[in-house]
Design a protein around this ligand. Structure first.
Ligand SMILES: *[C@@H]1O[C@H](CO)[C@@H](O)[C@H](O)[C@H]1NC(C)=O
Ligand SMILES: *[C@@H]1O[C@H](CO)[C@@H](O)[C@H](O)[C@H]1NC(C)=O
Length: 179
């Protein structure tokens, strides 16, 4: 009887352990260290700071991006191949002016975005978030079919700075299944 009970406990432990591993795999951030670009750079806030794996929201710690205060600033990451994005998590500045994150347009494009001062035409929409978003951590689930190689975040506002302290991107592994 004890042997049976032990075997049963072992069986459940192995099962739980495997589920835990699957869970970790399922939430891999695919944007980490991928190539990035943004519309402009000020104060050393280069685009790669948004996917350096460091969510630190204090600008002086050199891990947040910074664009000039132009119209419709954007940031983009190359995911390497066409992916179906399920959700995006944005880590905002926490030291000052977190409300600069506003009127977000999150979408997918088939090429790098280019230029300044224009609203980009996305090939697929992930989500829009109007108004100011001063949250330290903004979780954005995507609409269905947010498929593309380049994930783009743009502020649909004029004379604004885009600052991102980290962007995490989560994809559907077998995107073909759900299209
Ligand atoms: C946007 O304008 C800035 C400032 O003139 C310039 O440095 C930058 O290269 C431009 N960005 C793009 C993507 O053309
Ligand atoms: C997603 O894409 C499929 C195939 O192109 C299409 O049939 C479906 O209507 C799309 N769904 C949405 C919500 O856009």
């Amino acid at each position: 009887m004890d042997v049976l009970r032990e075997a049963l406990v072992m069986f459940w432990l192995v099962l739980v352990f495997e589920f835990a591993i699957e869970g970790v795999r399922a939430v891999d951030n695919v944007a980490l260290s991928c190539p990035t670009r943004q519309s402009s750079v000020l104060f050393g806030g280069t685009s790669d700071r948004a996917n350096d794996g460091n969510i630190d929201g204090y600008y002086s710690d050199n891990s947040c991006t910074f664009t000039a205060a132009l119209d419709y600033p954007w940031w983009a990451v190359d995911l390497g191949s066409e992916r179906l994005v399920r959700s995006v998590i944005i880590y905002n500045r926490v030291d000052e002016q977190p409300e600069r994150l506003r009127d977000l347009r999150v979408g997918m494009m088939d090429t790098w975005p280019t230029g300044n001062n224009s609203l980009l035409v996305m090939d697929a929409i992930c989500a829009t978030r109007d108004g100011p978003h001063p949250e330290a951590r903004l979780i954005i689930p995507c609409e269905k079919n947010a498929t593309g190689r380049y994930l783009v975040i743009q502020l649909a506002a004029v004379k604004v700075t885009l600052t991102l302290c980290e962007v995490e991107v989560f994809v559907q592994c077998k995107y073909i299944d759900v299209l």
